[in-house]
Design a binder for this molecule. Structure first.
Ligand code: ADP
Ligand code: MG
Length: 225
């Protein structure tokens, strides 16, 4: 899933007193089946860049192509479809719904795709098996351990088998053991052909051997030292 960004700019609240230039003329290529890290101080635009690559919203200007397909001119509903098919998100704090069960959390992204309940159940079982959380399938997610929760979040990101995984500061609230375990799972996914983009300033991520490239950002720009 080759990603190409050309002169991408994102301005929040354009023309208003609270206008923020979050991304300023970013051009970037991410190779298929690579794992890259976006690094930079809080507020430099990492999450905004991830959201644009993840088709959460359009840039104010510039072009974005994923897998050779130009996304910048797509109407919002196509952008949403593209996101659901091609992108798996892992959020900081994992954004797991604690009152739903482990299995319900994992299949959540499949609901808008109109997949049959039987197929959803099968897919959840495959992933729970892969991540050794099957024994927790009917537990409310609020009652499982931190390590299990992390695996639920990864399983949920993989449920539609997307080629591109985006993780926003995934290790920020993890101890070093779980942080390393997280990177181990990401390295494994890369070995299986996924493309992975992680935002982080954690050395556990930036110095991990499976990371192909660290891109430094500063004030909405890619910073070349
Ligand atoms: P990072 O993830 O590197 O901390 P962000 O992409 O979250 O950076 O934010 C970049 C800049 O854009 C910051 O100045 C932030 O305050 C601003 N920003 C982020 N989201 C919004 C929003 N929804 N509305 C207005 N400003 C925003
Ligand atoms: Mg952020």
């Amino acid at each position: 899933m080759l990603i190409e960004l050309e002169s991408v700019t994102k301005i929040y609240n354009q023309g208003q007193v609270n206008e923020v230039v979050a991304l300023d003329d970013i051009s970037l290529e991410v190779d298929d089946n690579s794992m890259i890290c976006l690094r930079g101080a809080s507020g430099c635009g990492k999450s905004t860049l991830l959201s644009i690559i993840g088709c959460v919203f359009q840039p104010t200007s510039g072009r974005v192509a994923i897998g050779g397909k130009q996304l910048s001119r797509l109407p919002d509903r196509f952008l949403t479809l593209h996101r659901r098919r091609y992108i798996g998100f892992i959020f900081q704090n994992f954004n797991i719904l604690t009152s739903l069960t482990v299995r319900e959390n994992i299949v959540l992204p499949l609901i808008p795709l109109g997949i049959s309940p039987t197929r959803m159940k099968e897919r959840a079982e495959e992933l729970m098996d892969q991540f050794s959380i099957s024994h927790r399938r009917n537990f409310p997610a609020g009652q499982v351990s931190g390590g299990e929760l992390q695996r639920v979040a990864i399983a949920r990101a993989l449920v539609s088998d997307p080629p591109l995984i985006l993780a926003d500061e995934p290790t920020a609230h993890l101890d070093s053991r779980l942080g390393l375990e997280f990177m181990h799972f990401m390295a494994d996914l890369k070995a299986k052909g996924k493309t992975i983009i992680i935002t982080s300033h954690d050395s556990m991520v930036t110095e991990h051997p499976a990371i192909d490239r660290v891109i430094d950002m500063k004030d909405g720009r890619i910073h070349v030292p």
